[in-house]
Design a protein around this ligand. Structure first.
Ligand code: OOG
Ligand code: NI
Length: 467
């Protein structure tokens, strides 16, 4: 029996090979990422510990059109031990027309993340949103989407079995993987030019989703240990990156959340069916390359601090006018004044998530452990190791979408959008959507309980643990 995590690792590897064959510059990105990661691990022992996981770590992005397609995608990912985590509403995160709501399918247990953390950012077209689609277009769009099949029945049957039994026999696993990877390949099927163009006038994202008869992997993203170095090296190779790195600035405090950058979408040859019925070859620019650096997960309070710093960065940039200072410089100055400068402060102020363990060199002279986290860390009772942020940032996601649109698209701002939240999305998927904060907090809490029990730190246990 091949367990879910092995299926996931094999799927991620095959998808990466397939995407490298489709988009050669992705292979260049992997090469440069490998060079940078080697350089970092040579000088940093902490990085060395993580490098096994990092070397194979990727996220993908896909986009689907209907609740049925999203449920089927969820079934395929469930077979791979990947579950919906987090809710992202990108409709309001940018002024460009990005009519989607999203979640990320990923492993949720720490042990499974360690085995292989493959995740897929998955977006659902909001066809009922009147800001983008009028009633007539909605009806035509939905009927077009209802007629297509993204995932063949055999794939779904195998996926159900894999989920039920926790894996598949080798022969079935092979068939499942072949069908699953094929479902995300770029289709040679001719694209209806008139239909695609009609949708693209409203939103390039809508056209990419609803203007074609299949789905495809939109990008695959490796994890790099020094994204600033990577950005320079890619530029040195003559590859045009987007203007800036999204997310927190580079600074000498702790790395938190997620920093991402991408190079712009490239022309890819696609076949079209013209209005007069002839078949032609043209090009579309929708797929691109992205790379990311991951840091410590933040608590709700830490995230609120991050969001406030981001808003203040925007405000100062707008006030200073164009060209005055780069976003990175403005943000760095604000971070130096307003964000914990050490992991220790991040932990003690309750802004970041960590796993805790009894320190090997803890006091053994009969002293009682203190009752507070700062004391336990300062006096050498506990060690803290950051929990990696496994999720996404809506603003960066919107930035990634937007940076690859040639047209803004259109939206009728006078109308209101269809309401969506994580509960509604869970209903649509037919599976719970996990709250990322709850997952990180549970991991931190379990480690802290364990550590404090081992230390016999009863008072700290009562003060610091929720149960
Ligand atoms: C997804 C964009 C979001 C990220 O890394 O934030 C994303 C898409 O373009 O479909 O992948
Ligand atoms: Ni991405």
């Amino acid at each position: 029996m091949i367990p879910a995590w092995r299926l996931r690792a094999a799927f991620a590897r095959r998808l990466s090979d397939m995407y490298g064959a489709e988009v050669p510059v992705y292979t260049t990105l992997l090469e440069v990422t490998g060079e940078v990661n080697d350089a970092v691990t040579r000088r940093d022992p902490d990085a060395r510990r993580a490098v096994g996981r990092v070397a194979v770590e990727r996220h993908g992005a896909i986009r689907v059109g209907t609740p049925r397609e999203l449920r089927q995608a969820a079934q395929v990912f469930a077979a791979l031990g990947m579950h919906p985590v987090g809710f992202y509403d990108l409709r309001d995160a940018t002024t460009s027309a990005v009519p989607v709501v999203s979640t990320a399918f990923r492993p949720v247990e720490p042990a499974n993340l360690d085995r292989n953390p493959f995740r897929v950012f998955t977006s659902l077209l909001t066809t009922a949103d009147r800001r983008f689609f009028d009633a007539g277009l909605q009806a035509r769009l939905e009927s077009f989407l209802d007629r297509r099949t993204l995932f063949p029945p055999e794939l779904l049957t195998l996926a159900e079995r894999a989920e039920r039994e926790g894996g598949l026999e080798p022969e079935q696993a092979e068939r499942f993987l072949t069908l699953a990877v094929a479902a995300f390949e770029l289709s040679p099927e001719p694209i209806d030019r008139a239909w695609y163009t009609e949708l693209a006038r409203i939103s390039a994202v809508a056209a990419d989703i609803g203007g074609v008869t299949s789905t495809h992997i939109n990008h695959l993203t490796p994890r790099v240990l020094d994204i600033d170095a990577l950005y320079r090296r890619m530029a040195d190779r003559g590859i045009t990156m987007i203007d800036e790195i999204q997310g927190p600035p580079r600074w000498d405090g702790p790395d938190v959340l997620l920093r991402q950058t991408s190079f712009r979408a490239l022309d890819e040859a696609r076949t079209f069916r013209e209005p007069d019925g002839t078949i032609t070859t043209g090009a579309l620019r929708v797929r691109f390359g992205e790379v990311e650096a991951r840091g410590t997960a933040l608590s709700r309070a830490g995230r609120a601090r991050y969001d406030a710093l981001t808003t203040e960065t925007d405000r100062r940039l707008a006030a200073a006018g164009p060209g005055a200072r780069t976003r990175q410089d403005v943000a760095r100055a604000l971070w130096e004044a307003g964000f914990p400068r050490t992991e220790h402060r991040l932990a003690v102020e309750g802004l970041g998530y960590f796993t805790y363990a009894p320190a090997a060199a803890r006091p053994r002279d009969g002293r009682r452990p203190p009752a507070d986290l700062a004391g336990l860390l300062d006096q050498g009772w506990l060690t803290a190791r950051p929990i990696v942020y496994e999720d996404f940032l809506p603003r960066s996601a919107a930035g990634i979408f937007r940076s690859n649109l040639t047209e803004q698209g259109t939206r009728d701002a006078a109308r209101t959008g269809t309401p969506y939240d994580d509960h509604r999305l869970a209903e649509v998927i037919g599976r719970p959507v996990h709250d990322p904060f709850t997952l990180y907090a549970a991991q931190q809490d379990a480690s802290l309980r364990h550590a404090l029990d081992a230390l016999g730190a009863d008072e700290a246990r009562r003060n610091l643990c929720s149960s």
